[in-house]
Design a protein around this ligand. Structure first.
Ligand code: SAM
Length: 291
């Protein structure tokens, strides 16, 4: 990861956080959470702390298996990293809207959208991997996310006969900031380039599927700017999308303006990078657009 040192706000803290185990966090599911959710969570787990910027998220320090509880099986909460809850917070879906989650499996963010809308509206959860659709279906069922219908297209081929109020593009990426998948190992240039191309194509398609005035959030769990700021810059130059400032204020560093000789515009200050030392979680990059 040393090559990314210029991108990191506190290199020592970053290095140490990458070596520590992730902090377990759960997100309340408003559809299934019963009465006194927080009190029962505190009875079930030794330590419970509410997140300072997202009141739906609870940290469980010292807990290793938050998925092994009756509250989880009943769908009262979803096990989700604190940083991973940012894209949907930024998307800010509202009741009665039509939402597309373009790359949805296994459904962490789809079920978060359904929870925020309290199942009032229409959510299309798409993913091109039929294997991963199984876990998407299971999570939709467990969380009671009845407003969700599932489709199985390559996102670049979704038909344009319906337009959406908001679109989440939680893009396939190299996952350099995904602790479980890659243990913070950098990806090779070939993989980064291929995924960057796919991300740009998915972003262009998302723009055509968005209503005028609609909102689109782009997110990845990777560090390199090729899959983040470069994709955002491409979309600004080649589509009718404009960047919007993300109004949440979790600990973060702003998107970068340059890296290894490549310049990205000042606009990148409106995008957000969260690193492992900010929340003891994985990396996330988030950009919000308006059409
Ligand atoms: C980062 S994961 C999505 C995680 C999910 N949003 C969540 O929060 O649980 C990216 C997903 O993109 C899917 N994917 C990859 N290429 C795709 C494509 N061309 N069209 C649609 N989905 C694709 C993968 O199968 C994978 O499930």
């Amino acid at each position: 990861m040393k090559q990314y040192k210029p991108l990191i706000d506190d290199w020592q803290a970053f290095k140490h956080a990458c070596k520590r185990p992730a902090l377990s966090t759960v997100r309340k599911n408003s559809i299934r959470a019963g009465k006194n959710f927080e009190e029962r969570l505190k009875e079930r787990f030794d330590e419970v702390e509410q997140s300072g910027w997202n009141s739906e998220v609870f940290r469980l320090p010292g807990e290793k298996t938050p998925g092994k509880s009756m509250m989880h099986w009943l769908g009262e909460y979803y096990v989700q990293e604190e940083s991973a809850s940012l894209p949907v917070q930024a998307l800010n879906p509202e009741k009665d809207e039509r939402i597309l989650d373009m790359c949805a499996a296994p459904g962490g963010k789809t079920t978060q959208i359904a929870s925020k809308m309290e199942n009032d509206g229409e959510i299309v959860a798409n993913d091109d991997s039929s294997r991963r659709l199984k876990s998407l279906h299971a999570n939709i069922y467990r969380t009671g996310s009845a407003s969700v219908s599932v489709t199985n297209y390559d996102g670049r081929r979704i038909q344009e006969n319906r337009k959406y109020d908001r679109i989440l593009l939680d893009a396939p990426c190299t996952g350099e900031g995904d602790r479980a998948r890659r243990k913070f190992e950098p990806a090779d240039q070939y993989e980064k380039k291929n995924l960057s191309e796919l991300q740009k194509q998915l972003g262009e398609k998302a723009e055509t599927l968005l209503k005028e005035g609609g909102k689109m959030v782009y997110s990845t769990c990777t560090i390199n700017p090729q899959e983040n700021e470069e994709v955002v810059e491409y979309l600004l130059e080649n589509t009718g999308l404009q960047l919007e400032k993300i109004e949440m204020n979790p600990d973060h560093r702003k998107g970068v303006n340059s890296f290894e000789g490549n310049q990205y515009g000042q606009e990148m200050n409106k995008t957000v990078r969260i690193y492992p030392h900010h929340f003891e979680s994985g990396v996330i990059y988030v950009a919000k657009f308006r059409k």
